[in-house]
Write a protein that binds this ligand. Structure first.
Ligand SMILES: Nc1ncnc2c1ncn2[C@@H]1O[C@H](COP(=O)(O)OP(=O)(O)O)[C@@H](O)[C@H]1O
Ligand SMILES: [Mg+2]
Length: 458
């Protein structure tokens, strides 16, 4: 699957026009009802604090105007009924706003307003379009056909499993998960909302759609830090690409979209995953082929390629045999070496750790790195370059199955990998070293104290 285009199914469109706008008197003041808005799963107190004059695009007070002077969002523009309507409250707490990005096949991400904490959040709704749709009446999600029930439920479980895994992460370059709840016969993942733009949209906005290598390296360095952090904890992202990298205000780069519920959307149950062509390495086309940090690092290299060339590299499958990117690309030789090592078709030729790739990239471009990669935010954990041993939804105690050697490439685009797989628990080698050093210091201090005592003792 290439970068997603806009949803072009115009026949779905309906107009949530401003006709429904009517003032409502409330003890706290006068509020304007959002056009076409309704409340579901709302508590009584939520219903009391009804539709204010706030823009569903940015939740800033826009005094009831259709087009927000703050963010330019026009809430009266057509909106497909596939999306939840503006203003509904889900989970008894989150008022739904505009749709973020261009929804892919697995779910829809909205900006929303947390009515309790009075702040913006991003909420992803599980809605695999090949299996389900919005009900004609109400906000519920219904199956397209009864036989999709098992696949839908499997995907929902995987969505929950992956949410649980990401929720454990606390890293400045990884999207922060706040909550998870079930409603409307589906499930919702609540995340921190970041003001900014996806790297994909940012590149598309540039003349020529590209940036120089040193800018690209500095934008991607935090992504590599974030990946090192998740790889150390046994997780493989599997879908690193410009639209899943977010440039938040304040210069913070954040890795989004941990591939929740990928399996069900293809209708093949867990084990299937849709690929982002150009960004997915060969092993993602191969059922049973071990995925690991090297998989994500191919995608980072492909993202780097897209950033400096202006277009993604050819699909990995198309590079087998005759590799059209083998010839020089016109950049500095050292930089191209890093790019090619990241984009190596064979896992054995590729980077095994995000830190190594980051260090090589900065060295090749002669960039000053503000922190030593090995002493970064997650430096206490040793990097494991062993292949994957177990799917993430298995308990920690699950025995590690043998990993099958890569098989020949499957020729279907979406038939690829197993569940997101996991490396064995990271070995805290750095921690052990720290204990040894601490022990040596304590021993040394005790020795000095003993010598002093012997000398000074009367
Ligand atoms: N937490 C967030 N804060 C701000 N924008 C977000 C957030 N999460 C997602 N987005 C925006 O929504 C888009 C789609 O989100 P994503 O999680 O990638 O879902 P999917 O690709 O499955 O539709 C992203 O490209 C980004 O523009
Ligand atoms: Mg995405």
């Amino acid at each position: 699957m290439a970068d997603r285009g806009k949803d072009t199914r115009v026949s779905f469109l309906r107009r949530d026009g401003p006709t429904a706008r009517r003032p409502a008197v409330h003890s706290l003041g006068i509020f304007i009802q959002w056009p076409g808005s309704r409340v579901s799963n709302a508590t009584a107190s939520d219903r009391d604090v009804t539709y204010q004059k706030h823009c569903p695009g940015c939740f800033v007070n826009k005094s009831g105007l259709a087009v927000c002077p703050q963010c330019g969002y026009d809430e009266s523009a057509p909106r497909t009924p596939l999306y939840l309507p503006h203003g509904v409250v889900i989970g008894g707490q989150y008022r739904v706003g505009k749709v973020l990005g261009q929804p892919g096949g697995f779910g829809i991400t909205y900006i929303a307003w947390d009515v309790h904490l009075q702040q913006r959040v991003a909420i992803k709704e599980y809605l695999p379009r090949s299996l389900a749709k919005r009900a004609d009446q109400g906000e519920g999600v219904v199956l397209l056909a009864a036989e999709h029930e098992a696949a839908f439920k499997d995907g929902l479980e995987q969505f929950l499993n992956e949410a649980r895994v990401i929720a454990r992460f606390d890293h400045p370059n990884i999207v922060r998960v706040r909550n998870f709840f079930r409603a409307n016969d589906t499930a919702y993942l609540v995340m921190d909302y970041y003001e900014g733009v996806s790297l994909g949209d940012y590149l598309a906005s540039l003349d020529g759609g590209r940036v120089p290598p040193d800018v690209a390296a500095q934008l991607l360095a935090p992504v590599l830090d974030g990946l090192q952090f998740v790889h150390d904890r046994g997780i493989v992202h599997r879908d690193v690409k410009p639209h899943n990298i977010y440039l938040a205000q304040g210069g913070r780069t954040i890795l989004l979209d941990f591939g929740a519920a990928r399996a069900a959307a293809d209708g093949e149950g867990p084990g299937a995953v849709l690929l982002s062509e150009g960004y997915a390495p060969l092993e993602q086309y191969q059922r049973g082929s071990p995925l690991g940090p090297w998989t994500d690092l191919y995608s980072v290299a492909a993202t780097l390629y897209r950033m400096v060339i202006g277009a993604p590299p050819p699909a990995a499958l198309d590079r087998v045999g005759q590799d059209s990117i083998a010839k020089p690309l016109g950049f500095d030789a050292g930089f191209e070496r890093v790019l090619r090592k990241g984009l190596a078709l064979a896992v054995a030729d590729r980077y095994r750790s995000a830190y190594d790739m980051r260090a090589d990239l900065f060295a090749a471009l002669d960039l000053l790195d503000e922190h030593s990669p090995r002493l970064g935010a997650t430096g206490i954990f040793a990097v494991s370059s062993e292949p994957v041993t177990r799917p993430i939804n298995e308990p920690d105690t699950a025995p590690a199955p043998d990993t099958a050697p890569p098989t020949g490439p499957a020729m279907t685009k979406a038939a690829a990998s197993e569940n997101p797989r996991v490396l064995g628990p990271a070995t805290p080698a750095g921690l052990t070293a720290a204990w040894i050093i601490a022990g040596a210091i304590v021993f040394g201090a005790a020795l000095i104290a003993a010598v002093l005592w012997l000398r000074l003792a009367p």
